[in-house]
Every structure is written in C-alpha cells, then in structure tokens.
Write a protein that binds this ligand. Structure first.
Ligand code: HEM
Length: 244
C-alpha cells in the first residue's frame, strides 16, 4: 500500500494519474456534447434522453456515473495542480522568451495556460451543476410529458438560461478555455502515459487541436443557437397551479 502511495506521489505517478483521469473526463465530455446536441433536435428528444439517464437501472446508473465522475475530477485537479507546482519548483525563474524547444516540447498558449484554464473550468462546473442539476424541477412546474410519461422539463430550463446574453457569452468564453485545455491535455495525456514517441508527437498534437476545436465549437453552438433562434418559452407553458 505504502509503495502504491509512494508511486502515486512521484512525479511520474502524478502525471500518470492526471493523464488517465484526463482521459476519463475526455470521454465524459464527448458523451455530454452528444447529449447536449439533442437540444437542437427538440424538447422531446432532449427531455426523453435526460429522463432515460435519470431512470436507467432504477437510478443506479446515474449514481455510479456521478461517483466515478466526481472521483475523476477530484484526482485530476489535485494531481494536475501538483504537476504544475513541481514544474514551477523545478524552474523558479520564468523564461525570458517562451519558445518551442522542438522534439517532445510543445509550448503553445494552451500549454502555458493549463492551470488557469483548468481552474476556470472548475469554477464554471460548480455554477453549471448548481444551475442545471439543482435548478427548478417538477415542484416548480418544469414538467412535461413525452409518450405518456411525465418528466422534468429540463429543455425549458436550458432554453430559458440560454436566452440571457450574459450567460451565453460567459459559456462561450469558458468553452474557448475548455477547448484550449483539451488541445494541450489530449497529446500531453499520451506523453504522461508513456505512449508518445518523438515521431508521433506532431500527429498527437494535431489530433489534440482537432478535438479541442470540435469540442469548443460544438459546446458553443448550443447556447448561441438557442440565443439567436429559439425564443424563451412563455410563463403560460408552466404546469398550471404550481407557479410560486
Ligand atoms: C453548452 C454547453 C453545455 C450544456 C448545454 C450543458 C448542459 C447540462 C445540463 C442540462 C445538465 C443537467 C443534467 C441533468 O441534471 O440531467 C448538465 C450537467 C452537467 N454538466 Fe453540462 N452542459 C454544457 C457544458 C458542460 C461542460 C463543458 C462540462 C465539463 C467541463 C459540463 C459538465 C457537466 C457536469 C459534470 C454535469 C453534472 C452531471 C450530473 O451529475 O448529473 N457541462 N449539463
């Protein structure tokens, strides 16, 4: 056990943990984008999907997914910050000029802002989850029916939120940082797991760029589309008699 803790605490161990948890979060983010794009299909498609996630395996699927996701986030943040601290300690003096040293060194704006983008995403997540997961639900009248099944009208809440320009542009900003984080994190994950070779680094770095752009644009598309093309639902659409 103590050997395991010592290994996890070593520089390589921390990088490994950051890489493996980063991969898990990457899988979650791609799946989450797929689900969010259903917002563009329509209310029934999105609400039925969210309802399915909440009720699959009698609710256990979501419990397990949340537990795994929370653990991944926690380890990713703690080990990522420890790797960043080690880097600062190893090089207390800032470079006068930032330059790419070639080979497996990839200095980009994304790589230099990993700690900043990661912390902004963390703050975003707290607000995001508070807003949507713990936002108004059945008791507040956010109720709909799909194929005869009554469920939470999550679509309505999302459309209401994304009809506020401030919220939408805050999302756009965070999604830009999220894309940059993925852009560097993707190829860096291969390096941390010992899977990058000097000849594969350009390909992996290029793939990181593609994934970063696709995820950032995909996630931005949803709030921007709603702001400009989907009007907010009227108050009258709330279930009768439950307005506060
Ligand atoms: C346009 C962008 C996004 C939209 C429209 C969106 C939408 C949503 C909605 C509606 C929920 C509530 C799900 C439910 O309670 O059933 C949710 C939860 C969540 N979102 Fe997002 N999301 C976006 C971006 C992101 C990003 C970029 C991340 C990660 C960096 C993220 C991470 C999460 C997490 C961790 C949860 C909580 C999952 C749970 O515990 O149920 N979201 N999102």
């Amino acid at each position: 056990m103590s050997t395991f803790v010592a290994k996890a605490g070593s520089s390589l161990g921390k990088k490994f943990i950051t890489g493996i948890t980063g991969f898990g979060l990457f899988v979650f983010i791609v799946t989450h984008l797929g689900g969010n794009l259903l917002l563009l299909v329509g209310p029934d498609a999105f609400n039925a999907y969210a309802h399915y996630l909440h009720t699959a395996m009698h609710g256990w699927f979501l419990h397990m997914a949340r537990a795994g996701l929370s653990a991944f986030f926690l380890f990713h943040v703690v080990s990522g910050l420890a790797v960043y601290r080690d880097k600062l300690r190893a090089r207390p003096e800032r470079y006068e000029k930032m330059a790419d040293a070639g080979g497996t060194s990839r200095k980009t704006l994304s790589s230099r802002t990993m700690a900043f983008s990661g912390l902004v995403i963390l703050v975003f997540l707290v607000l995001h989850v508070a807003h949507f997961r713990f936002g108004p639900g059945l008791e507040q009248g956010y109720v709909t029916e799909v194929n005869g099944v009554e469920m939470r009208d999550l679509y309505r809440l999302v459309v209401e939120e994304f009809n506020k320009p401030v919220v939408v542009y805050a999302y756009v900003f965070v999604m830009l940082l999220m894309g940059m984080h993925v852009r560097h994190g993707f190829w860096s994950m291969f390096q941390s797991l010992g899977l990058a070779r000097p000849n594969t680094v350009p390909t992996l770095s290029g793939m990181g760029l593609v994934f970063g752009v696709v995820l950032a644009v995909g996630f931005m598309l949803v709030p921007l589309y709603i702001l400009y093309f989907i009007p907010p639902p009227s108050e009258a659409a709330l279930a009768p008699g439950v307005l506060p």
